[in-house]
Design a protein. Structure first.
Length: 324
């Protein structure tokens, strides 16, 4: 039962009953409904903000699972990157060394990606940083694997040519010299026979009688033959063995090959003499690798025993007077 309300009328000095019209009732109902609706909206928003719906809970679980999967992928990429780094090290320090190939430069292995932004489509999301970082790591790893794959292809080709390379690299004495005491002078600083000063001697002198055969120490092609004696090496031959190797044979009495001729290891290319700036019959022999003259003592392993090789090293290391 609705409460009856009164008001005080000062004119009559008495309380009079408040008459409620339908308009007032309708207004009160409207206010009540509006207030209720407003409270319902506020309550709904508060609950919606503070309490996740089943669908939101599912999406959040999926998002958390995705983040976990991306972290696992990144850890796996890191592990694979370490494995690739080990493969690169073995490739440069072992495989390519065995086949005398230059290591792959770091700037080639770690080259970046040029051009426009490759990851623009991944930007603008809540977890864009994670997505872009993972994609970059995958791209770098893919590039490294591609470079390493091409390197292994090259190493495979080198392996197939290994027999040819071994036949080409200088590996025997250029003069059949069973008596190792006949080595006149080795590689290094020696007393020049003419100027009597200490100068670099870039080869080994094999003392032998004039006319002693001189052999090619590896397969190759004659890149130069000088059949007319003069100062310096006199009559000499240079053989290009490929793979960066050349050999020089100086002070010959006679040259028996010509420029452009292919020779095999053990072929006679000339004979010992004393032409050019020489003081006695001998062969001046040099090994050149990538345009740099190196010690020939390391290239006689095919026809010497360990004891003979050790004796040759001792004889070649003596700082005596050279023959040229």
């Amino acid at each position: 039962m609705a409460k009856v309300k009164y008001y005080y009328d000062p004119r009559t000095l008495s309380y009079r009953k408040i008459e409620r019209t339908w308009r007032h009732r309708f207004k009160e109902v409207g206010i009540f409904l509006a207030s209720s609706a407003l409270m319902a909206v506020v309550l709904f928003l508060a609950i919606d903000f503070m309490v996740d719906s089943p669908k939101e809970k599912k999406l959040k679980r999926e998002l958390d699972n995705m983040k976990l999967q991306y972290e696992l992928v990144n850890n796996r990429i890191h592990q694979l990157d370490e494995v690739v780094a080990q493969l690169e090290t073995r490739d440069d320090d072992i495989y390519r060394v065995i086949f005398e190939a230059d290591p792959i430069p770091e700037e080639v292995r770690n080259a970046g990606f040029g051009g426009a932004n490759r990851y623009k489509t991944l930007e603008g999301f809540q977890n864009s940083d994670l997505l872009v970082d993972t994609k970059k790591k995958l791209d770098v790893l893919t590039k490294k694997l591609y470079v390493q794959s091409k390197s292994y292809d090259e190493v495979m080709e080198l392996a197939k040519k290994k027999e040819e390379m071994l036949a080409s690299i200088p590996a025997i004495q250029p003069v059949s010299n069973k008596n190792l005491k006949r080595i006149a002078s080795g590689y290094g600083y020696r007393i020049h026979p003419v100027y009597k000063t200490r100068k670099m001697h870039a080869g080994i002198d094999f003392s032998a009688p004039t006319g002693t055969p001189i052999f090619a120490t590896g397969d190759g092609k004659v890149s130069k033959d000088k059949k007319v004696g003069g100062r310096g090496y006199g009559k000499y031959v240079i053989i290009d063995h490929g793979y960066g190797y050349q050999t020089l044979y100086g002070h010959m009495s006679e040259v028996s090959v010509r420029t452009g001729q292919n020779v095999k290891r053990g072929d006679i290319i000339g004979y010992v003499g004393s032409t050019g700036q020489s003081t006695a019959p001998h062969l001046h022999y040099e090994v050149i690798k990538n345009s740099k003259k190196i010690n020939p003592i390391n290239f006689f392993y095919n026809d010497l025993t360990p004891d003979e090789f050790e004796e040759m090293i001792n004889l070649a290391s003596q700082e005596n007077q050279s023959f040229d």
